[in-house]
Ligand binder design. Structure first.
Ligand code: PLI
Length: 459
């Protein structure tokens, strides 16, 4: 169906979940109780939930049927072997340690590979990934290309790594201080922006020269593969499956939050090619999560993940998934709303600095904008700016990231085109009244990953 222009969903709806509509008064009360943090709203008070694409996918009938085949053995569950087989088949990694979600895998890889004083270069930080690197005694260094920090740059691969920046870091610290390069496909904090195959090949060449490993954050690898298929020379007729496998083949291991691409509500894994690293990881998972054949998951969860991975690399699925995101993005662009361009894979990112130029970054413009959109329509979005960036671990100062964004994250296979229209209408109406939007001040700040639990007041 690739020749067809429409991105229509390659599935039909068999079961629905009713949504609740709320009044503006109800939303105002809920927002105050949540301290203007959309993470602290109760989901019953939300109409369309764009907080995240993590664990929010609709599973297929096959996945649900697979859950009935859960082999809930403490050791050696059949579902683990199915999952391992699927990961080998579609991603090509040799060894698999299941984890309850992505950060479980990040914890293990950071603990076994990072020593205090190490440096971990990566294509833009991700909140949990960087925190685990820091807790293991490492320091994250951003080596993404400069274009990634500019919301209006139309570079087709804003997730690319600047190899000159990487080489400078290697020269400065020495290769023995760099346990691995942390390479994400579909860079979340940059707006779901892809890395190109060519850049990855060049990265492989450079890291081989210095004997540095590449650990792949493959949370949204299929979405990245889609952009390679439509934007990179030579890939137009290559199936998503083959592109995904080629990406993985250029890396040494991966952490996966299966709650995104892999279409499950819970689950993740660490995948490795090196046997001795795998042995360490499978020993470590026993301490923190459970035996190495379940890693904190039920057998049924692993079965749903195995089937979800198979569905996630289907060309028609991924085309409709990104097509829906682009549909919403194009509506906002037509209305003159400032968003991160090009439109990314898993959501639309509003540029809050451009949306609310009258607010200083320390007044948390993206946080304020997310609150305002919820107030307007019950659509829940989230901040990806100064609150998410947190503080420098040495100086305690706030990071002031270039990108101050509100993320409208689209869950997979959940909402319809009409929902996209409602979302666009709400953002457009908030944009019309943007001058009246006030900033916020933080009244409660937790020590780690503050964006999840911080509270605010109107400033
Ligand atoms: O939420 P986890 O622990 O399953 O996965 C952590 C994680 C790792 N890498 C990347 C790129 C992510 O996006 C990610 C989680 N992201 C969330 C929760 C999100 O809302 O984007």
């Amino acid at each position: 169906m690739k020749d067809k222009k429409s991105w229509a969903e390659p599935y039909k709806i068999k079961m629905v979940e009713l949504l609740k509509m709320t009044t503006k008064e109800e939303r105002e009360k809920a927002l105050v109780e949540a301290g203007y943090n959309t993470f602290l709203l109760r989901s019953k008070d939300v109409y369309i939930d764009l907080l995240t694409d993590s664990g929010t996918s609709a599973m297929s009938d096959r996945q649900w049927a697979g859950m009935m085949l859960g082999d809930e053995a403490y050791a050696g569950s059949e579902n683990f072997y199915h999952l391992e087989e699927v990961i080998r088949k579609y991603y090509g990694y040799k060894y698999v340690v299941p984890t309850h979600q992505g950060r479980g895998a990040e914890n293990i890889i950071s603990k076994i590979m990072i020593k205090p004083g190490d440096v971990i270069p990566g294509n833009m930080y991700f909140t949990t990934t960087r925190l685990h690197q820091e807790l293991a005694g490492g320091t994250f260094e951003d080596i993404i290309i400069d274009e990634a920090h500019d919301s209006q740059s139309l570079h087709p691969f804003k997730g690319n790594i600047d190899l000159k920046k990487l080489e400078q870091i290697i020269k400065k610290y020495g290769a023995d201080k760099i346990p691995y390069v942390s390479m994400a496909t579909s860079v979340n904090m940059a707006g779901g922006q892809p890395i190109s195959m060519q850049n990855l090949r060049d990265l492989r060449k450079l890291t081989n020269k210095y004997k540095i490993k590449i650990i792949h954050d493959m949370t949204r690898v299929a979405e990245n593969a889609y952009f390679i298929q439509v934007r990179e020379k030579g890939y137009k007729n290559i199936p998503i499956k083959a592109i995904v496998k080629e990406i993985c083949s250029l890396t040494d291991g991966a952490t996966m939050s299966a709650k995104k691409d892999a279409l499950v509500n819970i689950g993740g894994f660490l995948a490795l090619n090196d046997k001795s690293l795998y042995e360490e990881a499978s020993n470590m998972v026993v301490i923190y999560a459970g035996l190495h054949t379940y890693g904190g998951l039920a057998g049924r969860d692993m079965e749903a993940m195995a089937i979800g991975i198979t569905e996630s690399v289907d060309d028609n699925h991924i085309r409709a998934r990104v097509g829906q995101v682009e549909y919403l993005g194009n509506k906002l662009v037509e209305a003159g709303i400032p968003i991160v361009l090009p439109i990314g894979g898993h959501g639309i990112f509003l540029d809050a600095k451009k949306f609310l130029p009258h607010l200083k970054q320390i007044q948390f413009p993206a946080q304020a904008l997310a609150a305002e959109i919820y107030l307007d329509s019950g659509v829940r979005t989230m901040e990806r700016g100064i609150v998410s960036a947190g503080r420098n671990k040495e100086t305690g100062e706030n990071y002031f990231p270039e990108l101050e964004l509100v993320r409208l994250t689209i869950p997979r296979r959940v909402y319809t085109q009409a929902h996209m229209d409602v979302i666009a209408e709400s953002v457009i109406s908030v944009y019309k009244n943007r001058k009246k939007i006030k900033g916020l001040e933080m009244t409660y700040e937790p020590k780690y990953l503050r964006f999840f639990q911080a509270k605010f007041n109107k400033s």
